[in-house]
Design a protein. Structure first.
Length: 465
């Protein structure tokens, strides 16, 4: 079926050219003059194309007047100037084929407004709505912009494993993968513990929380790499900011320090926003009008904004002097909370902020220990309205320090022998960061809940579809 996208048909303008379009009916109304007006959408853009279906069509009485929202049709006709307000062109149907009818009594997406909570229950259909169609297009544009950014800067796309035996963050919030019979797992005769030697991989394995450690192996061979794939956290958190399954973008650079890392993060965020503004103006206008007023101005301003850089110590000092009452009192040694991050970005600096050099106790073992012995070369990038959007660090490239840090948090260097090998054989300074893709999509759309910016959200007690 050769068809023209509705996006292109609307942009092409009236030409009296014969074209074929296909899509799903949004509305249908009939006139007394024996004419049906059908609003058709194919997902290629926010706007609908109005179809004029005259009663002279062979299947008008048998099929056209039975069309309801959700039905799918193919239409051949001619694009012409529309006299109606709000639309430049319309399609006069010469042939209309019904591909699939839709029962209006059972279809959950009727004319009445539906809450986002209800739409999560019918997530297999919600992409047909204006909001979630726009979310999908924005998500697609950001994914394309990500690959374009890194490819143009000579980064290699790296596929990190989904199943791993390594806990990158050391927090233990991992989903276990097993083929053992959970009703009667094999036991070690001496200890009574589960005998994982009989499992598929002969050891405990998990869904990855990050592709960073594996990405470092290739950065330390090829220079610059990046991952873009699903990651998992078994964190029992029911908030608007957390998912159990989400996508991460993780670049890794050899021969780079924390300053280089911050430079890359700045360039990356500005590039994403510039490309999004160029590719999705109508969708962003929709979100600006329907979801978050002022969103378009915010994205435009941040696409060229300068980033303020401060140390963690400076951030704490500023927060302690702040003329506001925080729910969580800031003090040196405590991790920054969302309210602290937003205060710095929104109230104090009125723009993006990069906080650097955090206390080692609140950061992961792989971050490079600074000369003061108290802080590590870590950074968080903070944006207005959302807080932290990127977290990264210069990696610890000294074998003795890395092994000491691993032991310090209660793990064994032997379990990370291959990671330590990178420091044994030609170690180099290297750095990288991670950006939660859904948090970026949420920021760019103004959507209030992260569950509404991923097609099928995975959250505690919810793995439908």
């Amino acid at each position: 079926m050769k068809r023209r996208l509705i996006r292109d048909a609307l942009a092409y303008g009236a030409s009296d050219q014969e074209i074929t379009v296909a899509g799903w009916v949004r509305t249908r109304r009939d006139s007394k003059a024996g004419l049906s007006f059908i609003e058709l959408n194919d997902g290629s853009c926010q706007a609908n194309l109005q179809i004029l279906a005259p009663a002279t069509l062979a299947n008008y009485e048998s099929e056209v007047i039975r069309l309801h929202p959700g039905a799918s049709i193919k239409v051949k006709g001619r694009i012409q100037v529309s006299p109606a307000a709000g639309q430049a062109v319309e399609l006069l149907a010469e042939e209309l084929t019904v591909l699939g009818f839709c029962d209006p009594l059972q279809y959950p997406l009727g004319k009445s407004r539906i809450s986002f909570e209800r739409l999560r229950e019918v997530a297999h259909l919600r992409a047909r709505t204006n909001t979630f169609g726009a979310v999908t297009r924005v998500r697609n544009a950001l994914a394309f912009a990500t690959h374009r950014f890194f490819q143009e800067r000579d980064f290699y796309y790296f596929n990190a494993p989904i199943i791993t035996s390594s806990d990158c963050e050391g927090a233990g919030q991992m989903f276990q993968v097993t083929t053992l019979n959970l009703d009667k797992p094999p036991r070690n005769k001496e200890t009574g513990a589960v005998d994982f030697s009989q499992d598929f991989f002969s050891r405990p394995t998990y869904l990855t929380v990050s592709g960073q450690l594996e990405a470092e192996t290739h950065a330390c061979a090829l220079g610059n790499v990046y991952t873009f794939g699903p990651t998992f956290r078994a964190e029992n958190s029911n908030t608007t900011r957390h998912l159990a399954e989400f996508w991460m973008i993780e670049p890794e650079m050899a021969f780079a320090d924390l300053s280089d890392n911050a430079d890359l993060a700045e360039d990356f965020l500005r590039s994403l926003l510039r490309q999004l503004l160029e590719r999705c103006p109508d969708d962003l206008k929709f979100f600006d009008q329907r979801i978050e007023k002022g969103l378009l101005d915010t994205l435009t301003r941040l696409s060229t904004a300068e980033f303020t850089r401060i140390t963690y110590t400076e951030a704490i000092e500023l927060l302690e002097k702040a003329p506001v009452s925080f729910e969580f009192k800031p003090y040196w040694g405590a991790d920054l909370q969302s309210e602290h991050e937003r205060y710095l970005a929104e109230k104090l600096f009125h723009g993006p902020v990069i906080v650097m050099n955090y206390p080692k106790e609140i950061k992961a073992f792989y971050m490079r220990l600074n000369d003061d012995g108290k802080t590590v070369a870590a950074m968080d990038v903070l944006l207005p309205t959302v807080g932290e959007i990127i977290g990264g660090s210069q990696r610890e490239d000294r074998l003795d320090v890395l092994e000491a840090r691993i032991r310090e948090i209660g793990m064994q260097p032997e379990d990370y022998w291959w990671y330590c090998d990178l420091r044994r054989f030609g170690s180099v300074p290297h750095a990288g960061f991670g950006l939660g893709f859904e948090r970026m999509v949420r920021f760019c759309t103004g959507m209030g809940n992260i569950r509404d910016v991923i097609p099928f959200p995975r959250t505690p007690q919810n793995a439908d579809f």
